[in-house]
Design a protein around this ligand. Structure first.
Ligand code: NAI
Length: 300
C-alpha cells in the first residue's frame, strides 16, 4: 500500500490541521483542508500563504515551491465538498483528522467519511490521547483507522507517533510510518495506551506545573525561566499556551479517565478556570501570557 503523493483530506483547520495540510502539500500531495466553521479553511490557507511568503523573502523557500504548494491546497467547508474537490486527482487516499479532542465528535466524523471515501482509503486520527481502538469501534472497516500523532508546530517538529489500536491492520500502520518518513518526519510505532508515549510522560509534567501555580509557589514567568534555564526549549506555561488550554484540558481529562482516575493525572482547577474564561492561549490571544501585546515572558 503506497500513499505517496496521493490526495489527502485534512479535516479540522485549526493549529494542527493547517500545519498538516502544509506539510502534505509541500510533499507533493493534492490536499483539501476542511473545517466545519464556514470560511475557516480558506483563512487558514491564507495565513499559511503569508507564512510561506515570509520563508521566500528570507530565501528559505523558492518562489516556484511556494506557487506549487499553494496550487495543491484547496479549502472546503464540509467533508463532502473536500472529497469532491479531490475527485479529479484520483480520489481521497488518506484522511487526516485534526478536529476537537472528543471521542463522540471523532466517531461521528469517521462514520460520515466512510460513506464518502473508497473502502481502501486510510483513515488517520491526530488525536493526542483518545483510544484509537475506541475511535475505530463501530466503523465498517475499522482496520484502516490508525493514529498519526503530529507535534506542534507541525512543519517544525519531527516526531510522529504512529498509533496502532486493536483493530488497526499492520500494513496500514506501516503505510503511515513510511509516509511520515517521506514527509521528512521521524516516526515511531506506539500502541493505543492512554496518552500514547509523549503525552503519557508529559501529563505529570504539566500537572506538577499547575500544582505549583495553584499553590502560588511561582509565577508562570518564573516557572518558564526555570525550565528554559534547565535546558528545555520552552517552559511549561508557554508550551501550554501554544498547545491551547481547551485541547490540553481535554487531553488531561481523557488520560485521567483512561488511567482509572489515577491522581498522578488529575486535571487542575487552574486549567479549568482558563478554559471557562476563554483564555485558551496563543490561539485566543490570552492564556498565561498576553500574546496580543507580543511581550516576551521576563523574570520579575
Ligand atoms: P483547534 O481548536 O486549533 O482546531 C480544531 C478545528 O477543528 C477548529 O477549527 C474547529 O472548527 C474544527 N472542527 C471541530 N469539529 C469539526 C468537525 N466535526 N468537522 C470539521 N471541523 C471541525 O485544535 P488543534 O489544537 O488543532 O487540535 C486538533 C486535534 O489535534 C485534537 O485532537 C488535538 O488533541 C490534536 N493535537 C493537538 C496538539 C496541539 O498542540 N494543539 C498537538 C497534537 C495533537
Amino acid at each position: 500500500m503506497t500513499l505517496s503523493q496521493r490526495p489527502v483530506l485534512v479535516v479540522g483547520a485549526g493549529i494542527m490541521g493547517a500545519g498538516i495540510a502544509q506539510v502534505a502539500a509541500q510533499a507533493g500531495h493534492p490536499v483539501a483542508l476542511v473545517d466545519a466553521r464556514a470560511g475557516a479553511a480558506a483563512s487558514a490557507i491564507d495565513k499559511l500563504a503569508t507564512t510561506l511568503q515570509g520563508l521566500v523573502a528570507k530565501g528559505k523557500l523558492s518562489a516556484e515551491a511556494l506557487q506549487a504548494t499553494l496550487a495543491r491546497l484547496q479549502p472546503a467547508d464540509s467533508v463532502a465538498q473536500g472529497v469532491a474537490a479531490l475527485a479529479s486527482a484520483g480520489g481521497v487516499a488518506l484522511v487526516v483528522e485534526a478536529i476537537v479532542e472528543n471521542l463522540a465528535a471523532k466517531r461521528s466524523l469517521f462514520a460520515e467519511l466512510e460513506g464518502l471515501v473508497a473502502p481502501d482509503c486510510v483513515l488517520a486520527t491526530n488525536t493526542s490521547s483518545i483510544s484509537v481502538t475506541a475511535i475505530a469501534n463501530g466503523l465498517q472497516h475499522p482496520g484502516r483507522l490508525v493514529g498519526m500523532h503530529f507535534f506542534n508546530p507541525v512543519p517544525l517538529m519531527k516526531l510522529v507517533e504512529v498509533v496502532a489500536g486493536l483493530h488497526t491492520e499492520a500494513p496500514v500502520a506501516e503505510a503511515i510510518y513510511a509516509l511520515s518518513q517521506a514527509w521528512g518526519k521521524t516516526p515511531v510505532h506506539a500502541k493505543s495506551t492512554p496518552g500514547f508515549i509523549v503525552n503519557r510522560i508529559a501529563r505529570p509534567y504539566y500537572a506538577e506545573t499547575l500544582a505549583l501555580l495553584q499553590e502560588q509557589a511561582a509565577t508562570p514567568t518564573v516557572l518558564d525561566a526555570c525550565l528554559r534555564g534547565a535546558g528545555f526549549r520552552m517552559g511549561p506555561c508557554e508550551l501550554m499556551d501554544l498547545i491551547g488550554h481547551d485541547t490540553n484540558f481535554a487531553v488531561t481529562n481523557s488520560v485521567y479517565e483512561a488511567n482509572f482516575f489515577d491522581k498522578r493525572f488529575q486535571p487542575s482547577g487552574v486549567q479549568r478556570e482558563l478554559v471557562d474564561g476563554g483564555l485558551l492561549g496563543k490561539k485566543s490571544g490570552r492564556g498565561f501570557y498576553d500574546h496580543r501585546t507580543g511581550a516576551l515572558p521576563t523574570v520579575p
